[in-house]
Design a protein around this ligand. Structure first.
Ligand SMILES: NC(=O)c1ccc[n+]([C@@H]2O[C@H](COP(=O)([O-])OP(=O)(O)OC[C@H]3O[C@@H](n4cnc5c(N)ncnc54)[C@H](OP(=O)(O)O)[C@@H]3O)[C@@H](O)[C@H]2O)c1
Length: 325
């Protein structure tokens, strides 16, 4: 069995990770570290864990754990790893954004590899330290990877991506308050969202001559979970060729699927899947991408990475059904 430790255990992402790992056949949760709730039962923060009354948050770690998941906000993974050391065999998966960019990837002798499986599977298989991609970054990159690998991103890109309220974590703010969020929609961080850094790095890794602008408008939606992203650009390439590029790129991917029909959140929420629709309309390529921000955009993708790092079937523990209705 793989012994797993989770840090930041009372948060939304950690909650999803716990829900998934209690059903993973090869994983046993070893500790749930919490700086705010040590000693409390896990169901004090995640009340659906009622059937696991013995599960408790702790203020101590086990340095010999096989895998450590860091589910902390910006800057706190570095702080945590500055204060605690783990065995030289411990695998670490950071779900925050402390180690995602190449300039941030090295820390205390550890080298973090970017954990977007559909771009970096071979590197992840041999990795000990993984920086799990951001949720927006996952949905958007999956819409762009085949185009980048084919070297046909020859124009600026336009991205609109709408996220549910869980994307902002469990802390209550004006824009996650029900009264504001319900029946509402808004743009934030226009053209400046922090995930642009990791998106640009992956795209340039695949298409080194890419020097165009990714115009990214992030939006807040009035639903709890899911990301709906559309990416479009001018292109002279025939529509059938674009579709073939996507189908071939994702032919062997277990979680990323091309749909000929319109895609929507209910198909993927509560799963680790990404559904993509690829269209050529007049002179534009339009790719629509949908994921669950807490699974494919966070905890599910982290488990997918863990499975690869430990040589397990990539889908182990990730056979979910969508909520749909
Ligand atoms: N929400 C998403 O859809 C999503 C998707 C992809 C990636 N992410 C990333 O995953 C990470 C966690 O996100 P989340 O949505 O789970 O956030 P969250 O709900 O706010 O949870 C973060 C947890 O971190 C701990 N924490 C908070 N402040 C801290 C501090 N100052 N020092 C140390 N620990 C602190 C708390 O847990 P304890 O009190 O139990 O220690 C808190 O519950 C973030 O980096 C986020 O960007 C989130």
């Amino acid at each position: 069995m793989i012994n797993a430790g989770i840090v930041g255990s009372t948060g939304y992402v950690a909650g999803e990770l716990i829900r998934c790992l209690v059903n993973h056949p090869d994983v046993e949760i070893n500790f749930l570290y919490s700086h705010s709730s040590a000693g409390e039962p896990a169901m004090s923060a995640h009340d659906d864990l009622l059937p696991f009354p013995e599960m408790k948050f702790t203020g101590t770690i086990n340095p010999d754990v096989d895998v450590l998941f860091l589910c902390l906000g910006h800057g706190n993974s570095r702080k945590f790893l500055s204060n605690y050391s783990f065995s030289s065999d411990t695998m670490i998966i950071d779900l925050g954004n402390d180690f995602r960019l190449a300039k941030d990837a090295d820390f205390k002798g550890m080298h973090f590899k970017y954990g977007l499986v559909e771009a970096n599977r071979d590197r992840i298989q041999g990795a000990q330290y993984i920086a799990n991609p951001g949720c927006f970054a996952t949905a958007i990159q999956l819409a762009m990877l085949p185009l980048a690998e084919a070297g046909i991103l020859q124009n600026d890109l336009h991205v609109h991506a709408l996220t549910g309220s869980t994307g902002a974590g469990k802390g209550l703010s004006e824009t996650t308050h029900f009264s504001w969020r319900n029946n509402n929609i808004s743009i934030y961080k226009a053209f400046r969202h922090q995930h642009l850094g990791e998106i640009n790095e992956t795209i340039r890794q695949m298409q080194p001559d890419f020097h165009h602008t990714i115009n990214f408008l992030p939006l807040r939606g009035d639903f709890t979970r899911g990301i709906f992203a559309s990416v479009y650009m001018e292109s002279a390439m025939p529509g059938d060729d674009v579709e073939t590029i996507f189908k071939e790129y994702y032919a062997n991917e277990p979680f990323t699927w091309i749909s000929k029909d319109t895609v929507h959140l209910k198909q993927v929420v509560n799963t680790n899947n990404c559904f993509l629709q690829v269209q050529k309309i007049d002179q534009r390529v339009l790719v629509t991408s949908v994921i669950d921000n807490l699974l494919k955009g966070a905890a599910g993708q982290a488990i997918q990475n863990m499975n690869l790092m430990f040589g397990l079937d990539e889908m182990t523990g990730l056979h979910f059904k969508p909520s749909y209705f």
